[in-house]
Write a protein that binds this ligand. Structure first.
Ligand SMILES: [Zn+2]
Length: 329
């Protein structure tokens, strides 16, 4: 037996026995919903929060061995009925990246794990999301000064990874709340400076979406164009919510029941108006990006999700158990 195997067996034993205690006592009837966006073929410093395929594989193996991974819709019903098994976890992906189809889905299939993918319908068969265009542009820009002060987006000195990471963070933050037309203009300028081909396509096609559906992966809605809902007037926000659902339903030929708010910060990226719209448009539940676990008595239209940020399997599992054990996240 190798040191690595012994280590992972121990991790499994610790998590299962601690998880048993959590399930029987304080963490009763709770479910952790884990959020990913995409899976990377190799580690990428500018996308450090997303797992590469090696990390994603051990996380899925750990979930399969030490937790009970449930379809999200079943988990919601089990919470309501007070019948959640111990160590219950759901897996979700946001936005609709093709790497969910190409890299994540085969691993999910291998371990027999269910999942839900929240798709921004306007990017199916089309180009990139705006924040990814910023990342790609900053990665491709030559070293030196980047002056975007003419568009109120500041000036940057680009050298190594650290400089670029900081520039991406600031540019995404400064662009996030711009009106869509101004944001598009700023990103086009950035891409032109970086010599980027605007035809790159990292998002899923409709055939890929249908492939995930056939695999039993649930498709949820995530608006059409992934706007910050609070930056829109009410008519536009409702259109984004309703049309995103309708477009996915016409591709899949079945009802889309679940919704995730773009960016998902409670009170900042969406508010009570949007919660009411999501309910009125016929969704059965909606998810934020607040850390915590599903539990009875919560607002079904503002359910928490998160992902342990730990680099080691034991800590990754322990953090999930700690969220399952918390009374009030
Ligand atoms: Zn998103």
């Amino acid at each position: 037996m190798t040191a690595k195997t012994t280590h992972s067996l121990l991790t499994g034993q610790v998590l299962r026995s601690l998880g048993g205690a959590v399930g029987r006592t304080i963490g009763k009837n709770r479910v952790c919903v884990i959020t990913y966006h995409r899976v990377l073929p190799t580690p990428e410093p500018l996308l450090a929060s997303e797992p590469d395929i090696v990390k994603f594989r051990w996380q899925m193996e750990l979930l399969a061995r030490c937790f009970r991974v449930m379809p999200l819709h079943d988990a919601l019903r089990a919470v309501e009925a007070g019948k959640v098994p111990g160590r219950a976890v759901c897996i979700t992906f946001d936005d609709g990246y093709r790497s969910v189809h190409d890299l994540a889905a085969p691993i999910l299939r291998e371990f027999g794990l269910p999942a839900t993918v929240f798709v921004a319908s306007g990017y199916i068969d089309r180009g990139s999301m705006w924040n990814d265009r910023i990342i790609e542009a900053v990665r491709a820009l030559p070293a030196g000064q980047l002056d975007l002060s003419g568009m109120d987006l500041g000036t940057y000195t680009l050298g190594g990874v650290e400089d670029r990471l900081q520039a991406v963070e600031l540019l995404v933050e400064r662009s996030k709340y711009l009106p869509p037309a101004a944001r598009e203009q700023a990103i086009e300028r950035l891409e032109a400076l970086a010599g980027i081909d605007p035809e790159q396509k990292p998002m899923m096609t409709r055939d890929m979406l249908l492939g995930l559906d056939r695999q039993g992966i649930e498709i949820g809605a995530h608006t059409v164009s992934h706007p910050i809902l609070t930056s829109l007037d009410d008519d536009s926000a409702r259109h984004e919510i309703a049309e995103g659902k309708a477009q996915l339903e016409s591709i899949l030929g079945k009802p889309v029941r679940l919704f995730a708010y773009p960016n998902g910060k409670v009170g900042k990226d969406f508010d009570e108006r949007h919660v009411a719209m999501v309910r009125e448009e016929g969704f059965s539940a909606a998810f934020t990006t607040a850390i915590g676990a599903l539990a009875s008595g919560q607002d079904r239209y503002q359910l928490p999700r998160g992902r342990p940020w730990d680099e080691r399997p034991l800590m990754f599992g322990l953090r999930l158990l700690s969220w399952l054990a918390q009374k009030n996240p």
